[in-house]
Design a protein around this ligand. Structure first.
Ligand code: HPA
Length: 268
């Protein structure tokens, strides 16, 4: 873990795209960069470019051809590669199912908590390979500073954004049974997806500011009238349109934060 200084805050902004976001259509891509990491290969080369004039680094979590399943994503390599090119602020985009009954597909959600049900994933950089062990503070898994920029931008641009929710992260790749969703609901989960962890925790271990924009593309198993896949297909493009509006509204503030103010702790 000692090749990177995790204390030095990076200033670049990255977007990690999930299902439906293997390419940022609005992005003017300037160059691709393949990064070698001590943990193996990232999901693909990093794409450096501009989004509405703002410099961003883009990485599709499932690969450019959407071939990598959630449990096979090399989360450690992905975050490490981003850190290596001086990324300090990460916007993670994740498609999710909606457990909360008052939320409709198409909703944009900014979770503030998570529950991790994944297993067998390489989930830490502190794996006993000679580095002094650190137990990172994960009380609040997402950057409050980034979250508040999202909330303000959404309010100003009049974009509906649900600004807190608990994201339950399941192993996948299969979808859940309705009994599993009932259990997740009893646990306090309001969203369900497969890719929120260990990504958020690894970003914290690397000292990055990290926030998740969850795209509610279907009602969770046992909650909807139509089939899950039909709902996903019907709502993914609406979610993408709404996401684009939100990113356009928030990027100026996030890039400014990267330039000047990313030096606070990632828990802020
Ligand atoms: N469950 C798990 N992951 C998901 C879902 C879901 O219903 N929708 C999108 N990603």
């Amino acid at each position: 873990m000692n090749q990177l200084n995790t204390q030095a805050p990076g200033c670049e902004v990255a977007i990690i795209g999930g299902t439906g976001l293997t390419q940022m259509q609005q992005m003017e891509s300037l160059r691709h960069e393949l990064i070698t990491t001590p943990f193996g290969e990232a999901s693909g080369p990093l794409s450096h470019g501009r989004l509405w004039g703002h410099p961003v680094v883009f990485l599709p979590r499932h690969g450019y051809g959407h071939t990598i399943p959630p449990h096979k994503v090399n989360y450690r390599a992905n975050l490490w590669a981003l850190k290596q090119v001086n990324v300090g602020l990460v916007i993670a985009v994740n498609a999710v199912g909606l457990i909360r009954r008052d939320l409709e597909p198409g909703a944009l959600v900014l979770p503030d908590q998570l529950l991790d049900y994944t297993y067998g994933r390489e989930h830490t950089y502190f794996d006993g390979s000679g580095e002094p062990l650190q137990h990172v503070d994960f009380t609040n898994p997402y950057s409050e500073r980034l979250r508040s920029l999202f909330k303000t931008a959404a309010l100003e641009a009049k974009i509906p954004l649900v600004d807190h929710a608990c994201y339950g992260v399941t192993q996948g790749p299969r979808l859940e049974t309705s009994a599993e969703i009932d259990r997740l609901e009893r646990d306090g989960c309001e969203l369900v997806g497969m890719t929120g962890m260990p990504e958020a925790a690894l970003a914290r271990e690397l000292g990055m500011q990290y926030a998740c924009i969850a795209l509610g593309v279907n009602k969770a198993a046992g909650r909807g009238e139509t089939g899950i896949h039909a709902e996903m297909e019907a709502y993914l493009s609406l979610s993408m349109q709404r996401l684009a509006g939100l990113l356009k509204a928030v990027l100026p503030a996030i890039c400014l934060m990267g330039k000047g103010g990313a030096e606070s702790s990632p828990e802020d």
